[in-house]
Design a protein around this ligand. Structure first.
Ligand code: ADP
Ligand code: SF4
Length: 588
């Protein structure tokens, strides 16, 4: 069967000639496949009368229609549909205490919808979108699985659920005051314990409006942990956190799952691998429908996700696989240096930075690892000449194209207007079109207002604009933020292709180890005390850099035999101890 999705925000029946209806072949033959209730109202597409030709999709001037074919069988398992010609979700995961269940899939396939259903915020309607509250039917429909009892307990108040939302940056809009005051209002007697577990001491007396993304994330997690609940749902707990904090959070969540029901949505695959006991993969067509598969072991699920093919479901989720190669541990022997620097020192009122001498080659991509607030941006500004070091010299001052960590949309207009004003005639450049704008799916955002973009859409727009700028070196700070795992890996590929093709260099700062592993030729490692003192070393070859960085964290990685992807070793496992003894934290 064919399902029709009408994007209600994109559809403007007053501004078009109802092309979808005019050109629809069944309508032309007298069938009422597409009808407009009145001239100014949005159309109704009757799916049972649709032949799936896709003509309306192509003819709609606003790209408002999606027609997707799905197997008839699938439609019997519909769990929720938002409305007429709207997104629908098929099946739900099974949750129980004693294990961490996770969802893995592209964005807009219904992961948040699932979280909302499992927390009781959204009551599934099984496709009957006019029915508002049918809790008895939910309990009865799931009565043959553990989820029947789950919903019974949830709806009659026997079990309480708490959801850590993914949009932590919105918290200051609904809560005000200092961190400690907000925490005290939610205290269940475990405030001190949670503050210490999450190392929140330094932000306790700060106003919520002044918190960084990472501090807001920790506050959101703390508020969830402080609630006395039975079911804990964490939607993207790693965003804005550095690797140390991600590891810490994973340990806290795993401990919680010993006695509670815990579910996580997470796009950092190294973290997901560490945190989850089982994973439900999600596939479908973004914005149209999402199917939650049966649970798989974490390793099997991540490998299937990377391969792009779900064997048991016989579904291809991506045309190609994402491949990891064990790179040569040596730094590439490219001869042309684009810049070099001696030891550099810079002191501000409350912060000092020491940069060890180094150089960058043409076409080289340097990964940067380290906690936040250790001076990464100051270092780059010294390379570009915007900040003068107190001592030391930079050989060549470089033209830098910079994508900051936090992107604030300060453009009043559509994405298309933003690109055409910034890029002018370069909009027609075939390389930019085919290798940057196309793979980042920016064209589908052209009609949207920049101010209305979601975090992920803004990230794609911003990466595309930065890579399309003329520069000697590209500094890309946290490209993984707000992107799903597949996009993260895709962004790594795009950056590499642009650098190779244009013979340019890039510095990529990120906390996602998979992205850093895929993209980097060499590493710079930052250490120190956040906000007080920073120290950088490198670029170093990958082996030395990873050893330097991971030694500081006390964790080791091994490679998955099949996919060669890096996997965090269990602390104190035989492999962990053996690798530490050899000093091989990454390349064992
Ligand atoms: P994910 O969390 O996997 O990114 P979501 O569950 O947020 O996916 O959304 C899946 C789809 O459902 C998206 O296309 C989204 O636009 C749509 N959607 C979410 N909430 C609503 C709603 N209240 N009404 C209509 N569509 C919605
Ligand atoms: Fe009509 Fe073809 Fe669109 Fe279906 S896909 S509504 S048949 S134009």
């Amino acid at each position: 069967m064919h399902i029709a999705i009408l994007d209600k925000d994109k559809c403007h029946p007053k501004r078009c000639n109802h092309e979808c209806q005019y050109y629809c072949p069944p309508v032309r033959n007298g069938t009422k496949t597409i009808e407009f209730p009145d001239a100014n109202a949005q159309p109704v597409i009757t799916e049972s009368l649709c032949i799936g030709c896709g003509i309306c999709v192509r003819r709609c001037p606003f790209n408002a229609i999606k027609i997707v074919s799905i197997p008839d069988e699938l439609n019997k398992n519909i769990v929720h549909q938002y409305g007429l010609d709207s997104f629908r979700l098929y099946s739900l995961p099974s949750l129980s205490a004693g294990r961490v269940t996770a969802l893995l899939g592209q964005n807009a396939l219904g992961k948040t919808t699932t979280m909302n259903i499992l927390s009781g915020i959204l009551i599934p309607n099984f496709g009957n979108y006019n029915v508002k509250d049918n809790r008895d039917e939910v309990i009865s429909r799931f009565s043959k699985s553990v989820m029947g009892q789950y919903f019974k307990d949830l709806y009659n108040g026997n079990k309480k659920a708490v959801l850590k939302n993914q949009y932590v940056d919105l918290i200051p809009r609904v809560v005000s005051g200092t961190v400690i005051d907000i925490l005290k209002n939610n205290d269940n007697g475990n405030l001190d314990f949670v503050v210490s577990e999450l190392s929140m001491e330094s932000s306790l007396h700060r106003d919520i409006r002044d918190l960084s993304g990472g501090e807001l994330q920790k506050l959101a997690i703390a508020m969830a942990l402080m609630k006395d609940a039975d079911i804990y749902l964490f939607d993207e707990p790693s965003s804005y956190l550095d690797i140390n904090e991600r590891i810490r959070i994973s340990e806290i969540i795993r401990k919680l799952a010993e006695t509670k029901i815990v579910m996580v949505v997470e796009h950092d695959l190294a973290l997901l691998d560490k945190i989850a006991d089982q994973i439900n993969l999600v596939y479908g067509s973004p914005g149209a429908y999402g199917v939650i598969t049966k649970e798989k072991s974490t390793n099997k699920a991540i490998n299937a996700f990377l391969s792009g093919y779900l064997r048991e479901e016989n579904v291809r989720i991506r045309p190609t696989s994402i491949d990891f190669n064990v790179k040569s541990s040596k730094r590439t022997t490219v001869t042309t240096k684009i810049t070099s620097w001696t030891n550099l020192e810079k002191k501000f009122e409350n912060f000092e930075l020491h940069v060890g001498s180094g150089y960058i080659n043409k076409e080289e991509i340097i990964g940067v690892l380290g906690q936040n607030a250790l001076g990464k941006t100051t270092f780059i500004k010294m390379l570009s000449g915007t900040i003068k070091p107190d001592s030391g010299q930079v050989e060549n001052q470089l033209r830098v194209a910079y994508k900051p960590q936090y992107i604030s949309p300060d453009f009043d207009g559509t994405v298309y207007e933003l690109f055409s004003t910034t890029m002018k005639e370069k909009m027609e450049d075939q390389f930019i079109k085919n290798e940057i704008i196309g793979p980042l799916d920016v064209e589908e955002l052209y009609d949207k207002n920049v101010n209305d973009l979601s975090g992920g859409e803004l990230q794609r727009t911003s990466v595309a604009l930065t890579l399309s700028t003329d520069a000697d070196i590209y500094l890309i700070d946290e490209p993984s933020a707000h992107l799903d795992s597949a996009y993260r890996m895709n962004v790594a590929k795009i950056i590499r292709r642009v650098m190779e093709n244009n013979k340019k260099s890039a510095i990529v700062v990120d906390h996602d180890i998979y992205l850093i592993d895929l993209i980097s030729d060499a590493l710079i490692v930052f250490t120190g005390q956040q906000g007080i003192k920073g120290c950088s070393k490198g670029p170093m070859d990958m082996r030395t850099g990873m050893n330097e960085f991971l030694k500081g964290l006390g964790i080791t990685f091994r490679r998955d035999e099949l996919t060669k992807r890096p996997r965090i070793n269990k602390l104190n496992s035989a492999l962990d101890r053996e690798q530490k003894l050899k000093g091989e934290y990454y390349y064992s």
